[in-house]
Design a protein around this ligand. Structure first.
Ligand code: ADP
Ligand code: MG
Length: 268
């Protein structure tokens, strides 16, 4: 077998990083404390990084910096080894899918047209858009013949959220940013969508940055978890690292209570 030259090895490893944040911070003029203190982290290709934190901890700010809805006050972000600000914004929208809690479907367009909206705007033919919508509705387990022609308000909350995921996938994005997407759903629907997201991720090999305030959702979905508190990254690591070797008192307390509760239920 030929020996891999060191140079090649480094190149291959470099390709495995989807996203790098270098000392990225964000302050808003109207607020004295930064929404995000200088933060460095990497997201590997095809991993699910869950950003876990309570309300106001800077989670949405972090996601908006990654898809350039916001520009950082300091630091820089690399997406596929290139600085984010060097990308054409249209290209970037195509490469980074965004799914959020208030799904944001266009109410006057059919579900199928919502799914294929980006392709439509890019001038794809009606036929290609129809195919794209069919394919991606099927992926999220919505029958395209039944649901494709409906308007968004004719779907349940869980179904609308599936459409949101289908729309993000239909852009062909390698990276999905998900901002508390299942937060408004009942526990059973949320569980179904979490399981489906794991299957989709495995099948399609997407990289996902998933924001939540729910520890159990984080534990269910994450390859690694980043804990944010008051705009500071307290720890980034595997579930085992966070639970067994918390880096701060905050991380320790965060996991201790729910785990104690679980143990108590378990012993009932
Ligand atoms: P999270 O998503 O974790 O709930 P956010 O990232 O939305 O938190 O907000 C973090 C902090 O930044 C909050 O204190 C919030 O009030 C503040 N913030 C967010 N967006 C703005 C804005 N556009 N202008 C001023 N302050 C903001
Ligand atoms: Mg938020």
């Amino acid at each position: 077998m030929p020996q891999a030259r060191p140079g090649r090895l480094i190149k291959r490893q470099a390709r495995l990083t989807m996203l790098q944040l270098h000392q990225v911070s964000k302050s808003f003029a109207s607020v004295s404390n930064p929404a995000l203190h200088p933060t460095s982290l990497e997201v590997a290709s095809q991993e699910i990084l869950v950003v876990l934190g309570s309300s106001g901890s800077g989670k949405s700010t972090l996601l908006k910096l990654i898809n350039r809805l916001l520009d950082p006050s300091s630091g820089h972000i690399l997406f596929k080894q290139r600085r984010l600000d060097s990308y054409n914004p249209v290209m970037l929208r195509r490469s980074i899918g965004y799914v959020f809690q208030a799904v944001g479907l266009l109410p006057h367009l059919s579900v199928a047209d919502n799914v294929s909206i980006v392709a439509r705007l890019q001038g794809e033919t009606r036929h290609a858009c129809r195919q794209l919508a069919r394919q991606h509705l099927t992926l999220v387990e919505l029958d395209p013949d039944t649901y494709g022609p409906r308007l968004p308000h004719e779907l349940s909350g869980g179904q609308q959220q599936r459409v949101g995921v289908a729309r993000a996938l239909a852009t062909g994005a390698d990276l999905l940013l998900m901002d508390e997407p299942f937060g408004a759903l009942d526990a059973i629907t949320r569980d179904q969508l979490q399981q489906q997201l794991l299957l989709l991720k495995q099948r399609l090999g997407k990289t996902i940055v998933f924001v939540t305030h729910d520890i159990f959702e984080a534990l269910t979905l994450a390859d690694r978890i980043a804990v944010l508190h008051q705009g500071q990254l307290h720890q980034l690591g595997s579930k085992q690292q966070l639970i067994n070797h918390p880096a701060t008192d905050f991380v320790r307390d965060l996991f201790q209570k729910p785990l104690q509760q679980l143990t108590r239920y378990n012993s009932l």
